[in-house]
Ligand binder design. Structure first.
Ligand SMILES: [Zn+2]
Length: 278
């Protein structure tokens, strides 16, 4: 496969991994958000790879009022005049692609997750926590995870920087089935696109401070000594007050997964969290 072409067609490394895992048969079905302008070329490409594809009967429009990190979007009719994305349900098995399309169309989160091969525990977790007002489950996953130090495979925080080995929210950052899936996906990436696998790792293996609605702040080059985490560089999609504070201090103290101290300032609450992925 022509990796540079496929990457530019799909427009993201995460989507490239998804397609590679589908082609290798590691993933039974996938859902790919495709900009309408690229629909024809994407369908032709997937057909050329021997994949069965079903299209959503709706299109997805981003809700700009919610900010870039809210992961929030809404459905509109396929003939709506606004430009949006079409969901493509892709599988080697056409029955599975149809099942994925139909379960998402009737908003059956659990059935949809199972059709896509996500672990049952994570499908149940998603169904329990996801709602129109709670679409980013990163902090819910943290709440369900013991401690704050986790294997790097299960992070979903770096997806905002186009790096993730999982396309679902794990029920816990320790979910063994999710970690095993992520490792399989990493193997696929190493086989077909080793340079992308190498680019993923420093984004996955980081400390993360997460604030609901603001997305992640990655702490690169992190070192942990007891409750103290120091780091070389701070990367965020959004320059918030917390981002500047962390950039200046280059260290924080963990007093709990929802309570950190940075430069004498206490940052706490269920809508804040700290995680270390190693
Ligand atoms: Zn799970």
């Amino acid at each position: 496969m022509d990796i540079p072409y496929t990457l530019s067609l799909l427009g993201s490394r995460i989507k490239l991994l998804e397609v590679l895992a589908l082609i290798d048969g590691v993933k039974p079905a996938g859902r790919i958000l495709c900009p309408e302008g690229k629909l024809r070329d994407t369908l032709a490409f997937l057909d050329g790879q021997g994949m069965a594809v079903e299209e959503s009967p709706f299109k997805v429009l981003k809700d700009p009022s919610q900010g870039a990190y809210a992961d929030r979007s809404f459905r509109a009719g396929r003939y709506d005049s606004r430009n949006g994305h079409v969901c493509l349900y892709v599988s080697k098995d056409s029955g599975r692609a149809t099942e994925a399309r139909d379960s998402e169309d009737r908003r059956d989160h659990r059935g949809f997750g199972l059709a896509l091969g996500y672990p049952e525990c994570c499908c149940a977790f998603f169904e329990e926590h996801f709602s129109a007002s709670n679409t980013d489950l990163t902090l819910d996953t943290l709440e369900h995870s013991e401690g704050h130090v986790f294997p790097c495979y299960s992070t979903v925080a770096a997806r905002h920087f186009d790096a993730s080995l999982l396309s679902h929210f794990p029920c816990s950052f320790r979910c063994a089935e999710s970690v095993a899936l992520a490792q399989k996906h990493l193997n696929v990436l190493e086989k077909h696109a080793p340079e992308i696998a190498a680019a993923f790792m420093p984004l996955l293996r980081t400390g993360v401070v997460y604030a609901r609605g603001d997305g992640p702040i990655l702490l690169k080059g992190h070192r942990q000594e007891g409750s103290l985490i120091s780091f070389d560089e701070v990367v965020a999609g959004r320059a918030t007050k917390l981002y500047y504070l962390l950039s200046r201090e280059k260290q924080l103290r963990v007093e709990g997964k929802n309570r950190i101290v940075v430069g004498g300032e206490v940052i706490e609450g269920k809508d804040r969290g700290v995680m270390v992925f190693q």
